[in-house]
Design a protein around this ligand. Structure first.
Ligand code: TXA
Ligand code: MG
Length: 316
């Protein structure tokens, strides 16, 4: 059921049930992060491998000291600068955080979402919320309550409707390796944003492959193939036996069923519309989805990352 009743959402969470919650990035599938049994049901409802840990959502900066220890100053500074916001930090967990949340790791990912309903809900509760994106594993992340309903509606009692997500791609996950802040997942806050606001340089993590199944290929998949092609028009011309949906970064003519991600190549808009547009193109009666490579700067890097994972094949 979809609704806006915070008290009902809180009551269900206190009973160890799952609730779909809005955040600024994507919708989350939330449960009491301190309740191992509630956490187990997140894994089963999402069909998520048990080795893939969950992000813990907290109501304040002060909560970091409850659920983490020995937090590097640079990550503290970044949280201070961006929370609430689309930055998550990977830090050593305190013993309050059950092992199931971190899939056995001594580190936990913490995040304070920038969404008024999510923050109100977190403030009503005396526990933090573990919440992965509210989709079945290996499908497109949800950016509206209806997307959550479409994927998981029959399996969860309540979805809190907070409107369309304003960022549209998941949070940036930052860790700390060899005295430096590293990016484990590109996301809603770009490395340019981080540098501009804090003066802290970030680099891609060297440990990407083991860290984060978010880095597994085919994580954000559409039903039909999605191809990243240098030229949509050339691809269409070379495959006249097939029909295509095209995702466009700006207004232009192509001989396909078109979906506009932005009027004029605005990267923020493109990120914001990406997942909903991938879903819409999946509904077209076409054989495949085409998109050209995106400009990899700012939030464009997160878009490029999600596209690479969604793409069945690379065609240059
Ligand atoms: O924006 C977001 O971060 C959204 C909203 C709902 O907050 N959440 C989200 O969660 O994207 P999820 O579970 O779909 O992606 C979390 C990523 C996964 O790739 C997971 O492997 C990684 O974070 N992760 C979580 N805890 C971790 C840990 N302790 N160590 C390493 N990676 C971790
Ligand atoms: Mg996810």
């Amino acid at each position: 059921m979809i609704g806006t009743d915070l008290a009902q959402a809180a009551a269900l969470l206190r009973q160890g049930k799952l609730v779909g919650i809005p955040t600024e990035t994507v919708y989350g599938l939330a449960a009491n992060a301190l309740d191992a049994q509630a956490i187990a049901s997140i894994y089963s409802v999402k069909n998520r491998p048990s080795f893939n840990p969950l992000i813990v959502h907290v109501p304040s900066l002060a909560a970091i000291s409850m659920y983490a220890q020995h937090v590097p100053q640079a990550l503290m500074d970044i949280a201070q600068a961006f929370w609430p916001g689309a930055v998550s930090i990977l830090v050593e967990k305190s013993n309050q955080v059950p092992d199931v949340v971190t899939a056995g790791s001594v580190k936990v990912v913490l995040r304070m979402p920038r969404h008024s309903l999510a923050l109100e809900l977190l403030q009503m509760l005396d526990f933090p919320l573990a919440a992965p994106s509210a989709n079945i594993s290996n499908t497109v992340s949800p950016t509206t309550a209806q997307h959550v309903e479409d994927g998981l509606g029959s399996q969860i009692p309540y979805i809190l409707d907070g409107g369309s997500c304003t960022v549209g791609v998941e949070s940036t996950i930052l860790g700390f390796e060899n005295g430096k802040v590293v990016i484990l997942r590109e996301g809603g806050v770009s490395r340019e944003d981080i540098f501009a606001k804090t003066g802290i340089e970030t680099t891609p993590s060297s440990e990407q492959t083991i860290q984060s199944p978010g880095q597994l290929k085919k994580h954000y998949s559409t039903q039909k193939p999605l191809y990243i092609v240098e030229s949509i028009n050339d691809h269409i011309a070379a495959h006249s036996d097939q029909s295509f949906s095209a995702l466009l970064y700006e207004q232009r003519e192509v001989d396909a069923t078109t979906h506009l991600l932005s009027e004029n190549y605005n990267l923020g808009e493109i990120a914001n519309n990406l997942f909903a547009t991938m879903r819409a193109a999946d509904q077209d009666s076409t054989d495949a989805i085409l998109i050209e490579p995106i400009r990899e700067e700012g939030i464009g890097r997160a878009v490029a990352d999600r596209l690479r994972r969604a793409a069945s094949t690379f065609i240059s």
